[in-house]
Write a protein that binds this ligand. Structure first.
Ligand code: HEC
Ligand code: HEC
Length: 284
């Protein structure tokens, strides 16, 4: 069996960037618009306490400039997409001639919703991500076409719904009817994939703090999603990030919206219970 440190070494060499030393996350506090303090590190929730003492936002692993961009909505390029979604929120569409606002009121009435997703949906008898819920409203309440799972309209809308919950603690339920999905997600998190035989945990639990590919490895938390990446200058959905990370291990990956990624999202979200919602965060 491949030793994971060795495998990360292979990964780093293959990426032609040297592996640096371990660098601690910064000692810094994120205050949004000089008013909302964001919890970027906190005691690990009970269900991950055997693996981590503390859970930390990816924000703590980014450089000074990137961190500063997220602290002010005027500097956060992700907020442009939030504004676009605000227009969509108020626009009627579909055979019912209704907008999101017609049923839900102002978008900030949705404060507190993002932190609870993914969550069990009784009618559908499955765990719903926020994207699935939005498409369910579009199809079954508006008579409108579903949006592509990680397409622009969808990722913008998830950014709007995250933005109105910023500062609230992630709080997904892992018991009751969601438990078996959560367990599936946990199994995926610890499964080694690809030629490099690396699991999410090998990088984001065992090795966070390492510098790989000139990148400071974080705990891979998702409280900041969707994230605006300086690398591709757009908002990135959680499932696209999962896909990218699995590809990096040179493995076949699942598709966005697949049951595997829904389960993985629930599990990864639960590892961040207690961290503040940050989306849209800024990352490299
Ligand atoms: C015709 C009314 C209607 C419209 C239009 C509508 N929804 Fe909904 N929505 C509902 C109802 C009813 C629920 C709760 C019942 C359920 O779980 O399906 C809901 C639930 C939700 C939830 C979950 C709320 C929670 O507390 O868990 C989200 C998020 C949401 N809608 C987003 C949207 C978005 C985004 C749009 C526009 C693209 C939209 N909805 C359009 C009726 C609507
Ligand atoms: C070979 C190491 C490696 C593996 C394996 C890996 N990742 Fe990553 N991941 C990275 C790197 C490098 C980054 C970019 C730096 C950072 O944010 O940690 C990253 C970023 C992320 C982020 C973005 C965090 C943020 O705050 O923006 C998430 C979420 C994530 N990974 C989840 C996963 C999941 C889930 C798995 C398993 C399916 C996984 N990763 C497997 C290396 C890895």
């Amino acid at each position: 069996m491949t030793n994971f440190k060795q495998a990360i070494g292979v990964f780093v060499v293959a990426s032609t960037v040297a592996m640096g030393a371990v660098a601690d996350p910064v000692d810094d506090t994120l205050v949004l618009n000089e008013e909302t303090t964001i919890v970027t590190r906190t005691a690990a929730p009970a269900h991950v306490a055997d693996a981590l003492d503390e859970v930390m936002s990816g924000w703590l692993f980014r450089g000074t400039e990137t961190r500063a961009m997220q602290a002010d909505d005027f500097d956060n390029p992700g907020m442009i997409f939030v504004e676009q979604a605000e227009d969509t929120w108020n626009t009627a569409e579909g055979t019912e001639g209704k907008s999101c606002a017609d049923c839900h009121g102002a978008s900030d009435e949705m404060a507190g919703v993002r932190p609870t997703f993914p969550k069990w949906n009784d009618a559908a008898e499955e765990v719903f991500t926020l994207e699935m819920q939005i498409n369910d409203c579009r199809e079954n309440r508006m008579g409108a076409e579903k949006w592509k799972y990680t397409g622009g309209d969808m990722v913008n809308m998830t950014a709007l719904l995250a933005s109105v919950s910023r500062g609230m603690p992630v709080d997904v339920a892992i018991d009751g009817p969601a438990q078996s999905t959560w367990e599936d997600g946990k199994e995926l998190y610890y499964t080694r994939t690809g030629q490099l035989e690396l699991s999410c945990a090998n990088c984001h639990e065992d090795s966070y703090g390492l510098m790989i590919r000139a990148d400071h490895l974080s705990q891979g938390q998702i409280n900041g999603f969707p994230v605006y990446r300086l690398k591709n200058t757009k908002l990135n959905a959680v499932h696209d990030r999962f896909k990218g990370c699995i590809r990096d291990t040179r493995a076949e990956t699942y598709s966005p919206g697949s049951p595997e990624f829904v389960a993985l999202e629930l599990y990864v979200a639960s590892r961040g219970n207690g961290l503040s919602v940050e989306g849209p965060a800024v990352r490299n």
